[in-house]
Design a protein around this ligand. Sequence first.
Ligand code: CP3
Length: 345
Amino acid sequence: MTDEPLLLRALRLAPTPRPPIWLMRQAGRYMAEYRAVRERVSFLELCRRPRLCAQVMADAVGRLDVDAAIIFSDILPILIPLGFDLDYLPGDGPVIRNPLRSGDDPARIPAAVDSDRMSFVFETVAETRRVIPREKAVIGFAGAPFTLASYAVEGGSSRLFTRTKTLMRTAPELWSLFMDRLADAVAESLSGQIASGADAVQIFDSWAGALAPDEYRMFVAPHTERLLARLKGKAPVIYFCAGNPALLPEAARLSADCLGIDWRISIQEACRVVGPKFAVQGNLDPTVLLTDKKTIRAEAARILDAVGRRPGFIFNLGHGVLKETPVENAVELVRAVKEFAVSAS
Ligand code: CP3
């Protein structure tokens, strides 16, 4: 199949003429088109309007000419049908007004989430697939159980995850139940996204790096694996476990197809640790996009020289595009990766 998107070929470790590239958080506040939309609608309202979400993503994909469109959505709205009162405050980011606390009755966590309450996400996938060219992959996504639990327990963003780690250690039964319910809700969402046309899905474990490997293995890995097991055979899964390269050997025991790599480890070393069974995605430091074209080209070339020919390498940043990023620098990165790869072959 020659028209198979590059990203999908890379995800099954097949050879590609050049590595595919897309950028985490490729649509967002660094783009004027996005800021213009946000003057008219709140963020949550935007997430609930599939046609507008598809348009925001199509604008970004058109501007950058990346190989994949991750749907425009967010990891946190899934907490709403789980009984959490979520809001996004200008400047402060997400807030949850009724966080989960160690002494809470486990009965407050619903046994299952009605998938009708996620239908706007499924419609966003279908709408995105409709407007994005066939040769580009559509990526669905969700938060990983640990990262979602951290927001639900802390009540918002956190630096040290004090309450989350305390709940995990002092109320392990409540923790385990909650993590299973999150895994099931996320499996339901991602399965629905795949059924609606997502070619692949990414699971964001943005804050797992707060944990030590032993803690990850004990309190998190079984629940991440529960989720991955439910997606087996449906579509390729990228697991992005960020923040602590010492967790990579743990991630490499799970049944994802591709592992996301942040910038805290060299890509060569990451490939060595995860072995040949996984596709790998990463790992340019997003702050490189705050420099200049020459530096961006040199840093991209460094990564491509090291692993550009490895089967299953997907070029990406090591975390999301920063809001201070000049759009033309992101455009330059995509151009550089495509050119460099062609001239090297
Ligand atoms: O990649 C994309 O372009 C698709 C869109 C996308 C958003 N959120 C839109 C968004 C994706 C993939 C996410 C994932 C997400 N959301 C993560 C995992 C990725 C990561 O960066 O680690 C996390 C941790 C969240 C939670 C979240 N959502 C936070 C902490 C915030 C506020 C701070 C911030 O980064 O803007 C949001 C809001 C949010 N999600 C915005 C966007 C475009 C900004 C909303 C606005 O003010 O307009």
